[in-house]
Design a protein around this ligand. Structure first.
Ligand code: FAD
Length: 535
């Protein structure tokens, strides 16, 4: 029997005894080849340790790897532990995305969009009792609904792990050596486990600036979604995607929101698109303080917060807020792991792990997710990399994670989705003379009747201007940007070219079809504003 066939049959045996008897069977077989030798060494090692795999961190990446590994017959344990935020917020199993990231963020974004829709509905003939302006959002109800959903996901995740026979250990893990992980439990007890292989999937937590009052009075994305009172007038420090999204939904929910920008908005994204997103937010009522840095936060007698900041000329300013939310970046949780005990190297500059193909510098220790250096910090990236890693470790797969052309979306009030390179990156990479930028403003049909602002609905396609005109970047600002860009990201993976995009027949009337209609190049200098909707 071919060894690969034998291997894949063996991987479906979840039971250790069965694996061992299968192993003796293989040993008797004279046809042992390289694959089978690997298998023999895998089983022999796994008898030395309690587990084939221990995963430290039960978030997107860790859980995906753990679940895939048990499916492939490995004995797996997952450590997951949430250290409360400085404000005392804590949550259950599942990591950042489920508890304090993508999911609560998207739900609050949706709540804000619904508020917008209520106001538009009157224009479409809906009889809304009273003045639409008097319709307000109740923070407690929203927060409770979001938290209840999260708790249900925590519960389902625990049940799923139990059903799959993954041992979940609610302990804060650290390395004793390269095969031993110690978990500090809530009551201070320590649980020690040994494993053949270990995956680090500890993710990160928000950073605080080193200024007086930041830790005492500030909150972060770890706290906003479970805040026990309405946030009121809020200063958001930081203009990355998390800062913009939080400011966007707070403004949409009716709170006064201000973003303090140190240098640029949405660093790392195409800057023309980033500025359009910011302009749109400004027109919707979000305030921006540019080129400023907070210096101190003080609590007043009335409980409100006095924030002092300095502008680019060194002049000091101050204003009073109910809430100050720091969204200035995230820090990998590696130091607490005592990586030195296992010999795992972390980078001094950002405490992340450089791991080519998710392999750390220690042969039996791997890493996935946000903890990885220079990899997109996104849930589907962590999940995909975790699954593929488990298949390489416990199946006979050789498939590596492809981190290129990962699509993403900023859930700002008017969403921004993109895949591939931004214009600046494409110019740096290929040279201005070797690319063509196609662009168009457009008018979503559903914006006409309520007379919504359409001046920032915009698409951009960046293509090489050589013979095949391969597309290297697609950018979209408009409704449902995530849904629009997802499909195009598959096309980019298939090496979409501009002629193919042009020959694609659109779906009318949609916003996504604008990609198939785009023909004006930036270099032509022609006006990219639309003449009519349907020609
Ligand atoms: P995490 O999900 O952070 O999981 C790590 C887990 O390990 C945590 O539970 C942590 O408490 C635990 N842990 C840490 N150290 C230890 C230890 N020593 N022992 C035991 N357990 C430990 N991504 C998207 O794709 N789309 C979005 O829309 C999106 N929105 C986001 C919005 C916000 C506000 C934030 C903060 C993030 C968002 N992300 C989004 C990013 C996404 O949440 C992360 O990329 C993803 O969660 C990373 O997964 P991970 O497995 O690396 O780590």
């Amino acid at each position: 029997m071919a060894s690969s066939k034998l291997f894949s049959r063996l991987t479906i045996f979840p039971n250790y005894q069965v694996k061992l008897s299968a192993l003796s069977c293989i040993k008797r077989n004279s046809m042992i080849n390289n694959n089978m030798k690997t298998l023999v060494s895998y089983f022999s090692n796994s008898t030395k340790y309690q587990y084939d795999l221990v995963v430290i961190g039960g978030g997107s990446g860790g859980l995906a790897a753990a679940k895939e590994a048990v499916e492939l017959g490995a004995k797996v344990a997952v450590f997951d532990y949430v250290t409360p935020s400085p404000r005392g917020s804590k949550w259950g199993l599942g990591g950042t995305c489920v508890n304090v990231g993508c999911i609560p963020k998207k739900l609050m974004h949706q709540a804000a969009l619904l508020g917008e829709a209520i106001h538009e509905a009157a224009a479409f003939g809906w009889q809304i009792p009273g003045e639409p302006k008097s319709i307000i959002n109740d923070w407690d109800s929203l927060k409770n609904a979001v938290q209840n959903h999260i708790k249900s996901v925590n519960w389902v995740t625990r049940v799923e792990l139990r059903n799959k026979n993954v041992d979940y250990i609610n302990g804060n893990g650290y390395f004793k050596d390269n095969h031993t992980v110690v978990g500090v439990m809530k009551n201070g007890d320590e649980k020690v486990v040994t494993a053949d292989k270990i995956i680090i999937a500890v993710g990160g937590r928000p950073r605080y600036p080193d200024i007086p009052g930041a830790l005492e009075y500030g909150i972060t994305s770890d706290d906003i979604f479970s805040l026990d009172h309405a946030p009121g007038k809020t200063l958001i420090v930081g203009a990355g995607y998390i800062g913009l999204e939080c400011a966007g939904f707070l403004n949409g929910l009716g709170y006064d929101a201000t973003i303090m920008v140190r240098s640029i908005v949405l660093r790392g994204f195409d800057q023309q698109m980033a500025n359009l997103v910011a302009e749109e937010m400004e027109q919707r009522g979000v305030h921006f303080i540019y080129q400023a840095k907070p210096k101190a936060v003080k609590k007043q007698d009335d409980g409100r917060l006095m924030v002092h900041w300095v502008d680019k000329n060194g002049e000091m300013h101050q204003d009073i807020y109910d809430t100050i939310l720091f969204a200035i970046g995230r820090e990998a949780l590696t130091v607490q792991l005592k990586p030195e005990n296992a010999g795992v190297q972390i980078l001094q500059e950002n405490k992340k792990i450089f791991a080519e193909n998710e392999q750390t510098n220690v042969s039996n220790i791997f890493a996935v997710g946000d903890v990885l250096h220079k990899r997109p910090e996104l849930t589907p990236v962590a999940i995909h990399a975790g699954k593929l890693l488990a298949r390489r470790l416990f199946g006979n797969s050789v498939e590596q994670m492809d981190y290129t052309n990962v699509a993403t979306t900023v859930f700002s009030p008017l969403e921004y989705g993109c895949v591939g390179m931004g214009e600046e990156d494409a110019i740096t990479h290929y040279g201005k003379e070797n690319i063509e930028v196609y662009h168009a403003f457009y008018k979503p049909t559903e914006f006409f009747i309520p007379q919504k602002n359409m001046s920032h609905c915009y698409v951009k396609v960046i293509a090489l201007n050589n013979a095949d005109e391969r597309i290297v970047g697609m950018h979209f600002i408009g409704p449902h940007a995530g849904e629009v860009i997802q499909g195009f990201s598959a096309a980019i993976k298939c090496k979409l070219t501009f002629p193919i995009l042009k020959s694609t027949v659109g779906i009318h009337p949609t916003s996504a079809e604008e990609f198939t209609r785009v023909f004006i190049t930036k270099s032509s200098g022609m006006d990219p504003t639309p003449q009519s909707c349907c020609s």
